[in-house]
Design a protein around this ligand. Structure first.
Ligand code: ZN
Ligand code: ZN
Length: 321
């Protein structure tokens, strides 16, 4: 719900809506309508939250995806983030254009590391038109970049891809990405939408086969206590995004309370999943503090203590910037 208090203050300068909206550059962008309801979204960026007491990293963001009425380059995005204690981000490319963007971005912006993969829905699409192999080869090449520190997002999406052939293509692609991350010794970032059981099954099968990559991260963790217990048992990390701040998600908060300190990460998945109280508006790395604060409150943990734990896990998984 929108309140006056939520709108106190201004969006960071780079994100303020100009009098003349920027020309559409034709690049990828978030839909101006609400997913599900189809309602028109409010497109102004939210005000900057109170800065964090300890620095953290947004471990999953899509800076190539436009939203709102203003185009913001990666440097200004990270300036706005740094001003509230979000000192770095993992830029995620999930198709070929965004993977190429990712490598360009990490070469010019020292506060960014990269992750590249073919998103499960993109993998299903490419397989259907016979172009998966060629695309995967380029992803495998880009993943070798020394500042690409994760393979992702890969996994299973049973929400958007519903047919059997699509599911099979996603699973085959997921296994290829797991093996790529293992071969390169890089982290794996998993996209799991309505597919917990199958994601866990594939991970365990691959583990029994040849072992898993050094770090396994559930990006935008969306499971309940059961998945949290499985993650804790196997040392898989859970990265929390805006949904942990949404009223309806009690099972998600229960999962968050169950996870040990050393398996927690925080992310925006920007421009999607904007945290409360700005749900539906554009998201960006400078909004991480809202999610981290909600996480600390849920766990009954000091914000600085949680921030330090998240910071240590981020370094362990992705290395130094
Ligand atoms: Zn995802
Ligand atoms: Zn994502």
């Amino acid at each position: 719900m929108r309140t006056d208090a939520a709108d106190a203050g201004l969006a960071p300068a780079a994100y303020r809506t100009p009098a003349e909206p920027a020309m559409d550059d034709g690049g990828p962008r978030r839909d101006a309508r609400e997913e599900g309801s189809g309602r028109t979204r409010r497109l102004e960026y939210p005000p900057a939250p109170e800065p964090l007491p300890v620095p953290v990293v947004d471990n999953h963001t899509h800076l190539d995806m436009r939203d709102g009425l203003v185009a913001v380059d990666v440097h200004r995005a990270m300036d706005a983030a740094e001003a509230v204690g979000v000192v770095g981000a993992v830029q995620v490319g999930c198709d070929l254009p965004s993977a190429r963007f990712t490598v360009e971005a990490i070469e010019t912006e020292p506060r960014l590391l990269g992750a590249v993969a073919l998103h499960p829905n993109e993998a299903a699409r490419l397989s259907e038109c016979g172009r998966f192999e060629e695309a995967f080869e380029e992803i495998a090449r880009l993943a070798e970049h020394p500042r690409v520190r994760a393979v992702g997002e890969t996994g299973l999406d049973h929400f958007r891809t519903r047919d059997e052939a699509g599911h099979a293509a996603q699973e085959a692609s997921f296994r290829r990405h797991i093996r790529l991350a293992r071969r390169l010794g890089k982290a794996l970032q998993i996209h799991d939408r309505d597919a917990h059981d199958d994601v866990v099954r594939v991970l365990l099968e691959e583990e029994a086969d040849d072992g898993l990559p050094p770090h396994v991260v559930f990006h935008c963790f969306s499971g309940g206590p059961e998945l949290a217990r499985i993650c804790a048992e196997h040392g898989w990390l859970a990265s929390f995004a805006g949904p942990v701040t949404f009223k309806a998600n009690d099972a998600l908060r229960e999962a968050l309370r169950l996870l040990p300190n050393d398996l927690l990460l925080v992310e925006t998945d920007a421009p999607f999943l904007t945290p409360h109280p700005h749900r539906g508006r554009p998201n960006a790395p400078y909004l991480v503090p809202l999610t981290l604060r909600a996480m600390a409150e849920t766990r009954g943990q000091g914000l600085d203590d949680l921030g330090r734990c998240v910071g240590e896990s981020t370094r362990r998984v992705y290395g130094e910037f």
